[in-house]
Design a protein around this ligand. Structure first.
Ligand code: PLP
Length: 311
């Protein structure tokens, strides 16, 4: 990974190499962590974080789900994100806040372990490659089912639940595909390993609902809004596997993957990125770069220039 200089840990900026946790930290053993993935972009009026407040709200909800009292207010976390970006002199970057059960107790009862918070940021280009964003990627349905909400709440973004995505990602990577699509316990389409999924049929944009064990993606919500702005009908409904094979267009959305077309599912070619995918992708990038009517609502500009903040 592309290292930066400073990481914010429990209220202070520390050197990248010193941002460490104890090997007996609770979160390391049991996955008792919640986190966010956020991006900032080099926008027209400076560096801007995309939908920062929405990401911080989701972080708060994820930590509440696991009874992890968040030691910092939303405003303090927002200031910390700004400080991490500024002190590292970053513009377009990926931001990773994590709230974790730390060192102090072992065993499955976590409520006496301390809660630690860290925020890191570094440069991270297109998650599925620039080629992928332009031409689309090949995806495969994994044999692993997406965790159901009677097992682990899919709507919280918790460390432990990503073992499910990781199994799917490894399986499909070994089979020669760039991304995994997971079905839920009922056999309907849920998510990619780290993305939400959309398909287009006869001009209608369709995406699985929250009840399908998806993570409620912030990129997904943005795409729904942009589609509505464009007058494209949007349906949140269960999606059967076979619909992907004959869809007019399929794409995935996520903070890391952004808006990425899919040009093949299993052995079914879908062709190059279609018009609705291209339109929504270009509006999404315009929004992240300050060139869209939605930008003002979604961008949080970094106020202090890097040079005025002490590290
Ligand atoms: C399983 C899963 N679905 C969807 C998403 C997309 O969410 P967002 O757009 O908020 O990054 C992610 C990424 O965090 C994810 O891990």
């Amino acid at each position: 990974m592309q290292e930066a200089e400073k990481i914010w840990m429990n209220g202070e900026l520390v050197d990248w190499a010193d941002a460490k946790v104890h090997v007996l930290s609770h979160g390391l053993h049991y996955g008792t962590t919640v986190f966010e993935g956020i991006r900032s972009y080099a926008a027209d009026k400076g560096t801007a974080v995309f939908r920062l407040d929405d990401h911080l709200k989701r972080l708060e909800r994820s930590s509440a789900m696991y009874h992890m009292p968040m030691p910092y207010s939303q405003q303090e976390l927002r200031t910390a994100v700004h400080a991490v970006i500024s002190s590292n002199g970053l513009a377009g970057c990926y931001i990773r806040p994590i709230v974790m059960r730390g060192y102090g107790t072992m065993g499955l009862f976590p409520l006496e372990a301390p809660v630690d918070v860290a925020i890191a940021a570094w440069e991270w280009g297109a998650y599925l490659g620039e080629d992928g964003l332009r031409d689309g990627i090949r995806a495969k349905i994994s044999s692993w089912r997406r965790i159901g909400s009677t097992t682990i709440p899919a709507t919280a973004k918790a460390g432990g639940q990503y073992l499910n995505s990781i199994l799917a990602k490894i399986e499909t990577h070994k089979a020669g595909y760039q991304e995994a699509i997971l079905l839920n316990e009922a056999g309907y389409v849920a998510d990619g390993s780290g993305e939400n999924l959309f398909l287009v049929r006869d001009g209608v944009l369709i995406t699985p609902p929250v009840q399908a064990s998806i993570l409620e993606g912030i990129t997904r919500a943005s795409i729904i809004t942009l589609a509505q702005d464009e007058g494209i009908p949007v349906l949140e409904r269960e999606v059967a596997r076979g619909e992907l094979y004959t869809a007019d267009e399929v794409f995935i959305t996520g903070t890391a993957a952004e808006v990425c077309p899919i040009n093949e599912v299993d052995e079914h070619p879908l062709g190059p990125p279609g018009p609705i995918t291209q339109l929504l992708q270009s509006r999404f990038f315009a929004a992240t770069e300050g060139r869209d009517p939605r930008s003002e609502e979604w961008l949080d500009y970094i106020v202090a220039p890097a040079s005025t903040l002490s590290p």
